[in-house]
Design a protein around this ligand. Structure first.
Ligand SMILES: *Cc1c(COP(=O)(O)O)cnc(C)c1O
Length: 366
């Protein structure tokens, strides 16, 4: 619903495409699944498709229904079901719509290979558990699964996922297990998420699976998206709707968690946790007003939050605010807001609330 409340999210499909092409340059020998699960990490699947439709080698999603909708919209590239099918009725969709399905356990393999019509070769991502301990076949289970898929003449790609590609422990230990499990394998492999695309070229294999980097956020705590050559895709923008002048000792917001040390000009922004702004963002979370960077003050409420306008006297009611992304009022990395709230940009993007109107267009001041 378009409302007169000034909050707005802007999505820039061209920036999304450039981030995808950046991932492709980093993994030049591989093809790249554009991971568009979770409604394209909260950006809107179809808005993301506007940027990726021509560019991407393939698309990775979770639900068969999403994949079907994409096929019905005319998308011809491979579509990967990252967790495979959840019910035997989805097997038909895999066949009928030519989807690629992960298979991560024997029960799922039973579903995929159930008797019934089979079309042109099944395209299967056989998932190995190399230490994430979430999904995947163990070393002991693998030979039987491979034999069954070969018996069904499936096209097989081996897939694994890294638990700590963004951290100090890295990927070598999981790569070691992968090699030990798959010794003589000569077929295609797919291992790398964004962190591995960016930091571990030895993992790139045949198909990489970048997600968060496409949306212009960093998978690393110690490298910013800008340093990684990524552009923000989503901006969350609003305006100042009230200004308060408070003196030393006056407090702001629920719980009075911020107390002014001296005369302070407080701007009230039309954005709160019901818009998807993280309630746990503490005083000091970066925010931009009228092209200047400042900080939030006190607790985030449902529909509003407060910011410090003491050093931005020209910002009054109606002044534009950027909560995150590259907005009219300036740029604030979503990663920094997330980190101030003890979370990651993935969660901020996915939590963008349905009540926030979304516009598609180029982001940035102007
Ligand atoms: C979500 C997901 C990805 C993408 O991960 P990012 O960290 O966002 O790059 C890759 N592979 C699998 C299996 C996933 O579920």
């Amino acid at each position: 619903m378009k409302t007169s409340r000034p909050i707005l999210a802007r999505i820039d499909p061209a920036a999304l495409r450039r981030n995808y092409l950046h991932a492709k340059r980093l993994a030049p020998a591989a093809k790249a699944w554009a991971v568009v699960k979770a409604d394209a990490y909260g950006h809107g699947l179809w808005r993301a498709m506007a940027g990726l439709r021509e560019a991407a080698d393939g698309f990775a999603v979770l639900e068969a229904e999403t994949a079907i909708a994409m096929r019905e919209a005319g998308i011809r590239q491979p579509i990967l079901l990252l967790e495979g099918i959840f019910a035997s009725r989805d097997r038909r969709a895999v066949l009928e719509y030519g989807l690629t399905a992960a298979v991560h356990c024997t029960d799922q393999l039973d579903m995929m290979l159930a008797p019934g019509p089979t079309a042109s070769p099944l395209s299967i991502y056989l998932k190995l558990n190399t230490g994430m301990n979430r999904l995947g076949f163990s070393a002991g289970e693998l030979p039987a699964a491979l034999a069954r898929l070969r018996g069904a003449a499936a096209d097989i790609t081996l897939m694994a996922h890294f638990a700590e590609a963004d951290g100090a422990r890295g990927v070598a230990w999981q790569m070691e297990r992968f090699r030990a499990m798959t010794g003589g394998w000569r077929g295609p492999v797919s291992l790398a998420n964004s962190a591995s695309v960016l930091r571990h070229p030895d993992t790139h294999g045949d198909w990489v699976r970048p997600g968060i980097m496409l949306y212009g956020a960093s998978p690393f705590a110690d490298r910013s998206a800008a340093e990684l050559g990524l552009e923000p895709v989503m901006s969350l923008e609003s305006r100042i709707i009230a200004v308060q002048h408070i003196g030393a000792g006056e407090r702001v917001g629920y719980g009075g968690t911020f107390a002014a040390e001296g005369p302070t000009r407080v701007g009230i922004v039309a954005c709160g946790y019901a818009d998807g702004y993280p309630r746990h963002a503490e005083t000091g979370t970066p925010i931009a007003v009228l092209g200047r960077r400042t900080r939030t003050l006190g607790r985030v409420s449902m529909d509003m939050l407060a910011c410090d306008l003491t050093s931005i006297p020209e910002a009054g009611i109606g002044a534009p605010v950027t909560l995150w992304g590259r907005g009219v009022a300036g740029e604030v990395p979503a990663d920094e807001v997330a980190s101030a709230a003890g979370t990651i940009a993935y969660e901020l993007f996915c939590a963008l609330a349905p009540r926030v109107p979304v516009e598609v267009g180029e982001s940035g001041p102007g």
